[in-house]
Design a binder for this molecule. Sequence first.
Ligand code: C5P
Length: 220
Amino acid sequence: LGAGPLRGKHVLVTSGPTHEPIDPVRYIANRSSGAQGAAIAGALVALGAQVTFVTGPAAVAPPAGVRLVAVETAAQMLAAVQAALPADAAVFAAAVADWRVVRAAAGKIKKDASGKPPVLEFTENPDILATVAQMASGRPRLVVGFAAETDDVLAHASAKRLRKGCDWIVANDVSPATGIMGGAENAVTLISADGQEVWPRMAKAEVARRLAERIAAALA
Ligand code: C5P
């Protein structure tokens, strides 16, 4: 096993979107390349951590050296996360779909001859981050969430940290004008109980390296 400050530590990372089926050929999902989550998992491996990487159907390849758990839906992601615990730290970078279709059709939904589109009934998905952050026992020592916002980024992200019960929130502005969604760079603010730390715009790989170093320091 590798050396490094995270040697002997187990870190869980969720990444990518989830796909919630409508029928066998259609789904709803959030927009997510999985690039930031994969970079974080890779940076944690580089610091010697044992990393469980729970990923939805992402556009980027998973990093080398992780224990890979590929899932499709939010329900599967929650089950995979719970099965992977205990962990010293958990980073929730996945863009989980907030809703799923109540009864996905077993066969492909056909276009109605009358031109009437189908009506889908949705139910809320479990909040994986909040579920883990609020565990009564066996909670990872450090729970990190993300907040991708388009307006009042820091206010919404701080409120989210308290509401979900996580230790840190990595807040970023994903307004289309920033080019961050699907891009190579990110501009984040790290929010903890100690306050807010604005990081300059940098490569997603560099955000990942810095975050992994902060995680190592917090677990030391
Ligand atoms: O509430 P919102 O989706 O903006 O919160 C984002 C954070 O919560 C991210 O860390 C995301 O991975 C996590 N999350 C989750 N399960 C959900 C929704 C969000 O783990 N169902």
